[in-house]
Write a protein that binds this ligand. Structure first.
Ligand SMILES: Nc1ncnc2c1ncn2[C@@H]1O[C@H](COP(=O)(O)OP(=O)(O)OP(=O)(O)O)[C@@H](O)[C@H]1O
Ligand SMILES: [Mg+2]
Length: 284
């Protein structure tokens, strides 16, 4: 859409076209946001503190021609955010066997790379992103707005390949390395073997991380930084989850009670124990 014709996100109101489909379908529940539904060709989500910052980011991505994100259409009569529905399939809470495809992993890495290229130059103006309890990586410049939650459940897959990203709730300033490593952490995945999803026990994380690295295009220097950056990210993630569970409750508290803190600590220990073989797998 031509930005000159676009209503500012804060006053954008969604009006369905006459005869537009209005059938309601409940979307698979995630960990935090309740009440995500599909209505015809749209998704309705509860309005949240970050919604307008996210809406401006989605406008920017749309203007760059990035094809992999929903568009923010405005708010409906119930005050909910209205986004375009991105057709395709997302993984379930325990990612299915089809999610293990190497081609899919390559396409996810390439999509994240395109997202980062498209995001360059975007700086929120009217609606800054709400500060998060702990910055993703306080030692880096955090100059790029990124998605920061590219899990299998938040990637839309068509014909076996990543076609879109949804759920920009955690988007905010970060770095390309942090966001791409976070994506690899979810998609390889990088976790202690005792925390493997059922059916994923035989996947080789070294091999899959190398596939991701080559497809995203990490430099030699970035490859060498992966274990250290992953360890630091795990430490910060632990603090952020603990803070969110205490301060926000809801799904954050549920995840904490379910033991996400222990899982993050086991991942950190696994990264520490495997730092050398990980760099070897990425650089040989
Ligand atoms: N714009 C969209 N297009 C297609 N499907 C979507 C879209 N937005 C959400 N979905 C589907 O609905 C599911 C849940 O929505 P979403 O990821 O936005 O919320 P959530 O995971 O419940 O939130 P959170 O991750 O904050 O807990 C997604 O995993 C996806 O299957
Ligand atoms: Mg989600």
């Amino acid at each position: 859409m031509n930005p000159a014709h676009r209503v500012p996100v804060a006053s954008r109101v969604y009006t369905p076209a006459p005869g537009e489909a209005s059938d309601v379908e409940h979307m698979p529940a995630g960990d935090v946001t309740d009440g995500v539904v599909r209505v015809g060709g749209t998704i309705r989500r509860p309005h949240q503190p970050q919604s307008l910052a996210v809406a401006e980011y989605l406008d920017w991505l749309d203007d760059t021609g990035f094809e992999g994100s929903p568009r923010f259409l405005g708010r409906d009569t119930q005050g909910r955010d209205v986004l375009t529905f991105v057709p395709g399939q997302c993984a379930g809470a325990i990612p299915e066997a089809w999610v293990q495809s190497g081609d899919l992993l390559v396409s996810v890495a390439r999509l994240v790379r395109r997202l980062h290229t498209a995001s360059a130059g975007f700086a929120p103006e009217a609606h800054p992103f709400p500060p998060r309890p702990v910055r993703p990586n306080p030692t880096d410049a955090a100059g790029l707005i990124c998605h920061l939650d590219i899990t299998p459940q938040n990637v839309v897959v068509r014909d076996g390949l990543a076609a879109g990203l949804v759920d920009f709730d955690l988007a905010g300033p970060s770095t390309a390395l942090h966001d791409s490593l976070n994506t690899a952490m979810h998609w390889v995945p990088l976790r202690d073997p005792s925390d493997a999803w059922p059916g994923w026990e035989d996947q080789d994380p070294f091999h899959r991380l190398r596939i991701f690295a080559d497809a995203y295009g990490w430099t030699e220097d970035e490859r060498r930084r992966v274990p250290g950056a992953g360890i630091e990210a795990a430490a910060l993630s632990y603090e952020r989850m603990r803070h969110s569970a205490a301060a926000l409750g809801g799904g954050w508290a549920r995840m904490w009670q379910d033991g996400v803190g222990g899982q993050i600590n086991r991942r950190r220990a696994w990264l520490e124990a495997n730092a050398e073989p990980l760099v070897a797998a990425l650089t040989r």
